[in-house]
Design a protein. Structure first.
Length: 430
């Protein structure tokens, strides 16, 4: 069913589900269960041996989560997806699925602070090196690649730097070397489909725009099905050599009759099975509710954010506005090439008064929520230097686009006049 719809407004409502086969319920049920009855011992053996696909245990799969996975795969133009407990888990699994100790990842410097910490600190304890490259020069990815490079990683619209990533340019470099590009598309669902530009894998923190309600934590990995893992077998031994945890299964061969889904199947039946970062069925249900209105919300988010960026650009206390439509040259070209129907809901700006001015503005806001999140239907604001990016060194903060006076807004879908009024009164205190 997912493949039969092309427009996002229809995909988010209909892909992957029509009605419950038992009750004929139109709404996706919450299958709040740990386990599933096997028909007989042969059925159970076939499921555990991957000779047949079906539900075994909710740590590995769940029917509610499956609907979200099918809809997200269809929305991104991929072949399959895997829901996980958080966006951080999605980023980690996307890499761990093809990297082990001794391997390396080439990553954009323009990252969310939590991802930077995951890459710079936690992954190193697992023996995985992350090499950071400034995406201003896509060729930097080529220069940082060697025989142990397993993937490239970047954010489509980096939070908080907000410089659109050169997706096709880096994807093309990677494909010429046999290296897949993993794109975090959290900040611009609907607006960009990285797989269409050559990305192999897409990840989302569903906590953000997919849900939109700020009630649930989750993440998802979408397999583009467009990367030839067998062609580059030496670079991807985890997919092309016998896996002892499944009696020597070679993943690119074992699932070939089902289509190009070796990457996502391996992730489900090894990483998710062993580490257990499963998405809650209840959270999956809530993300499905949010997904149904995502195209409508993104249009309003983008319209409001554009108005906010234009307003801030004319304010005396603002020294710089960071928003795709306010860029020039190559950055403007990328924004126009990759973002369709809007340029995102995140707006950054720098205050002349530096760190203290940023704090004063945050404390003076009345309608905006001061929270460590983005993508809610409501407007949010934060001062990254003292919160989300405070664990980074001053040098690393600047590399990710965070200055002392930088304030990041996640512009909601309230009436634009009310959003601007709150900013105007808060700027008086900045």
């Amino acid at each position: 069913m997912a493949a039969s719809y092309k427009n996002p407004e229809t995909i988010v409502l209909h892909a992957g589900y029509r009605s419950d086969p038992t009750s004929n319920a139109v709404a996706v049920p919450i299958y709040q269960t740990t386990s599933y009855q096997f028909r007989d011992t042969e059925h159970a053996a076939n499921l555990f041996g991957l000779r047949e696909f079906g539900n075994i245990y909710t740590r590995i799969m769940n029917p509610t989560c499956a609907v979200l996975e099918e809809r997200m795969a269809a929305l991104e133009g991929g072949v399959a997806a895997l829901g996980l407990a958080s966006g951080q888990a999605a980023s980690l699994f996307a890499i761990q699925n093809i990297c082990h100790a001794g391997d390396n990842v080439v990553s954009s410097t323009d990252l969310y602070g939590g991802t930077w910490n995951l890459f710079a600190n936690t992954l190193t304890t697992m023996g995985i090196e992350v090499r950071f490259v400034d995406p201003a020069d896509p060729e930097g990815f080529r220069h940082a690649t060697d025989a142990k490079t397993r993937c490239y990683y970047a954010e489509t619209l980096p939070n908080p730097k907000l410089n659109v990533f050169p997706i096709k340019e880096v994807a093309d470099i990677g494909r010429s070397l046999g290296v897949p590009l993993i794109m975090d598309n959290t900040a611009c669902p609907i607006l960009c489909r990285p797989i269409e530009h050559g990305a192999a894998i897409v990840v989302h923190s569903t906590t953000k725009y997919i849900g939109g309600h700020g009630t649930s934590i989750g993440g998802i990995v979408v397999d583009g099905g467009n990367f030839d893992w067998e062609k580059h077998a030496d670079r991807f031994p985890m997919l092309n050599t016998p896996d002892p945890s499944y009696h020597g299964a070679v993943w690119t061969q074992a699932v070939k009759p089902l289509g190009p889904i070796a990457y996502i199947i391996k992730m489900r039946v090894t990483l998710l099975r062993d580490i257990g970062a499963a998405m809650s069925p209840f959270n999956a249900f809530l993300f499905i509710q949010g997904l149904e209105t995502l195209p409508l919300r993104m249009r309003q988010h983008c319209a409001n954010a554009r108005a906010v960026a234009d307003f801030l650009a004319g304010h005396a206390k603002v020294t710089k506005v960071i928003y795709p439509s306010h860029t020039t040259g190559e950055l403007k070209r990328r924004a126009d090439a990759y973002l369709k129907g809007g340029q995102g809901a995140l707006v950054g700006f720098e205050l002349a008064g530096g760190r203290e001015a940023g704090r004063r503005l945050i404390d003076a806001l009345k309608m905006f929520y001061h929270v460590a999140n983005i993508g809610d239907a409501r407007s949010l604001a934060i001062h990254p230097a003292t919160t989300t990016h405070s664990q980074l060194s001053p040098e690393d903060q600047m590399a990710t686009g965070v200055s002392d006076g930088y304030v990041r807004l996640s512009v909601g879908i309230e009436h634009v006049d009310d959003i601007l009024a709150d900013l105007k009164q808060a700027l008086v205190a900045a």
